[in-house]
Write a protein that binds this ligand. Structure first.
Ligand code: BES
Ligand code: ZN
Ligand code: ZN
Length: 481
C-alpha cells in the first residue's frame, strides 16, 4: 500500500466515503437495501459506482482510525489498485488507520496473502503488489507535509515493533534483538552499545544475569542513544531514558508456567520492542531531546543451571532480593537495567519503563489498557494523557503504603513477589521503585503493557497478536515535554 497526499482530484477506481454520525447523504436506497447503517466497523462496497462506504459514528480520532482500518481491510479483499479519500483534518488519524489497519503478519505462512507486510529489518523479501491510496487535502503546506511524513514514520515503527514481537522465540532471541538494535542505530545514526554477560558480571548485575542463566541464548543489554544535532537550537535540552523488558521468552523458569499460560510468552519482549520502535522513529522527528533506549534482552528458561526460588540475588545497586518465584523475572531484569541507566546517564529528566510485567494488570484493567505507575501523580497523569492523545489506552494504578509492606523479605532487603495475591500490578511497580535513586523518584514512570501488547483477537485497527503498544504513547510523551 502506498499512501499519497494530494490536493487534486485523482482518477481512481474506488472513492472511500466515511459516513459520519450515521448521516447517509447519497445512494440512500441502495445502502438501505444492503442494511448499511453507518455503524462503526461497517462497510459496503458498491463496485459499479466506484464507492466504498464506511461507518464512522463520531468524528474523533479513534473512530477515524477504526473506520479507515475497516476501509483498507475491505479494499484488501478486492483487486482494486487505487482509491481516494477526502480528509479535512486529523490527517494523522487517517494515516494511522491505513498503516496500522493494513498490517499483516504472514512471515510464517507458506503462501503469504496479497497485501504488503513490512517485516522489520530481519526479512524484507516479501514485497507484495501495491495499492495506491490518495488522501485528498485542501492544501499541502509544510505543516501538513510534516504531519503526513511523521505519522507514516511512527506507524512504520509501530509495525516494526509488531513484527519483532510476533516473531517466534526460536527466531528472535537476545542476540537477534541486539542485531536489530544495531541495524536501527545504523539507519538512524544513533549511538549503540551492546553489553554482554561479561559486562553484567563486572558490573554486579546479578539479578538480570540470573534470569538468563539457564538459557542457551546469552543475555544482552542494549543501549541506543539519540542526540539531537547541533543544528537544533534550543534553550533547554531535555534528557529522557526509556527502559524496556525484553524477555524474548518467558517459560516461567523453575516456577514453570502451566502450558496454557506459556503460549504467547514470545510477547514478553514487547516492552523492549516498543523501545526499539521509538528509537527507530525518534531521529526523523528532529526533536531537541536526548533519548536513551535501554533494553534488557533475556530468555527465562529451565535447566540445571537455572536460578531458583530460595536464591538471594544482589542487584547492581547492592540491594538483595529473595527469589520466591522465578516467573516474576521481568522485575529482576528491569531492576538492573534501571540501575544501569541511572549509573551511566547523568542529569536525567525522565525515566519511563515499558514492560509486560504482570497478569494482574490485565485482570485489573482489561486487556486493552496499560497500567501507569510511579511516585509522581502528576507525571503519571501526563503519561496517561499522552497515551490517549496517541490512540493508546492507559490508566493510573496508584501506589499505597499498605501494599508496599507486602514485598518485604525476612532474609533479604526485598522479595520478588508479594505476600498477597491482590494488587499484583502495583506491588510489581513498587518492587521497581526500590531501584530508583532518591533524586529520580519523581522522574520515573512504570508502564505495565501486559494487556494490550499482545491480544489474541483483533481489536479496532489492531490485528491478532502484537499491537506495538508503547511506541505511540512514548513518542507523544516525548513530543509533549
Ligand atoms: N510475563 C509475565 C506477565 C504476563 C502475563 C505478561 C500475561 C503478559 C500476559 C510475568 O513475567 C509473570 O509471569 N508475572 C507473574 C508474576 C507473579 C509470579 C507474581 C504473573 O503475572 O503471574
Ligand atoms: Zn514471568
Ligand atoms: Zn515475564
Amino acid at each position: 500500500m502506498n499512501l499519497n497526499l494530494t490536493t487534486k482530484k485523482i482518477d481512481v477506481e474506488i472513492e472511500i466515503i466515511l459516513v459520519k454520525n450515521k448521516k447517509i447523504k447519497e445512494n440512500k436506497e441502495i445502502l438501505k437495501s444492503l442494511n448499511f447503517k453507518g455503524e462503526d466497523e461497517q462497510s459496503v462496497l458498491l463496485p459499479e459506482l466506484g464507492k466504498l462506504y464506511v461507518g464512522c459514528e463520531t468524528d474523533d480520532k479513534d473512530n477515524i482510525r477504526i473506520a479507515i482500518a475497516t476501509a483498507i481491510k475491505a479494499l484488501n479483499k478486492t483487486n482494486f489498485k487505487s482509491a481516494s479519500i477526502k480528509c479535512k483534518d486529523n490527517l494523522s488519524a487517517y494515516i494511522d488507520g491505513f498503516e496500522l489497519g493494513n498490517y499483516k503478519f504472514d512471515k510464517y505462512k507458506s503462501k503469504p496473502k496479497d497485501t504488503k507486510v513490512s517485516l522489520g529489518t530481519t526479512n524484507k523479501e516479501f514485497k507484495k503488489e501495491d495499492k495506491n491510496i490518495y488522501i485528498e487535502v485542501n492544501n499541502i503546506d509544510t505543516k501538513i507535509q510534516k504531519e503526513f511524513e511523521e505519522a507514516i514514520c511512527i506507524c512504520e515503527s509501530v509495525n516494526m515493533a509488531r513484527d519483532f514481537v510476533n516473531t517466534t522465540p526460536d527466531d528472535f532471541y537476545p542476540n537477534i534483538m541486539a542485531k536489530e538494535a544495531i541495524q536501527i542505530a545504523k539507519e538512524n545514526e544513533l549511538e549503540c552499545k551492546i553489553l554482554d554477560e561479561d559486562y553484567l558480571k563486572d558490573n554486579n548485575m546479578e539479578a538480570m544475569l540470573a534470569v538468563g542463566r539457564a538459557s542457551v541464548h546469552k543475555s544482552k543489554l542494549i543501549h541506543l542513544t539519540y542526540k539531537p544535532s547541533q543544528k537544533i537550537k534550543t534553550k533547554s535540552k531535555k534528557k529522557i531514558v526509556l527502559v524496556g523488558k525484553g524477555l524474548t521468552y518467558d517459560s516461567g523458569g523453575l516456577s514453570l508456567k502451566p502450558s496454557d499460560f506459556m503460549v504467547n510468552m514470545k510477547s514478553d519482549k514487547s516492552g523492549g520492542c516498543a523501545v526499539l520502535g521509538v528509537m527507530n522513529a525518534i531521529a526523523s522527528l528532529n526533536l531537541p531531546i536526548e533519548v536513551h533506549g535501554i533494553v534488557g534482552a533475556v530468555e527465562n528458561m529451565i535447566g540445571g543451571d537455572a536460578y531458583k526460588p530460595d536464591d538471594v540475588l544482589t542487584a547492581k545497586n547492592g540491594k538483595t532480593i529473595e527469589i520466591r518465584n522465578t516467573d516474576a523475572e521481568g522485575r529482576l531484569v528491569l531492576a538492573d537495567c534501571l540501575c544501569y541507566a541511572q549509573d551511566t546517564i547523568d542529569d536525567i529528566d525522565y525515566i519511563l519503563d515499558f514492560a509486560t510485567l504482570t497478569g494482574a494488570c490485565v485482570v485489573g484493567v482489561g486487556q486493552y489498557t496499560s497500567g501507569v505507575m510511579g511516585n509522581n501523580t502528576q507525571l503519571n497523569y501526563q503519561v496517561v494523557q499522552s497515551a490517549w492523545d496517541s490512540g493508546e489506552l492507559a490508566t493510573t494504578l496508584p501506589f499505597n503504603r499498605y501494599l508496599k509492606k507486602t514485598i518485604k523479605s525476612e532474609i533479604a532487603d526485598i522479595c520478588n513477589i508479594s505476600s498477597t495475591r491482590y494488587g499484583g500490578a502495583i506491588t510489581a511497580g513498587m518492587f521497581l521503585d526500590n531501584f530508583i535513586k532518591d533524586e529520580n523518584k519523581q522522574k520515573w514512570v512504570h508502564i505495565d503493557i501486559a494487556g494490550p501488547a499482545f491480544v489474541e483477537s483483533a481489536w479496532g485497527y489492531n490485528p491478532h497478536g502484537a499491537s506495538g503498544t508503547g511506541v505511540r504513547m512514548a513518542i507523544e510523551f516525548i513530543k509533549s515535554i
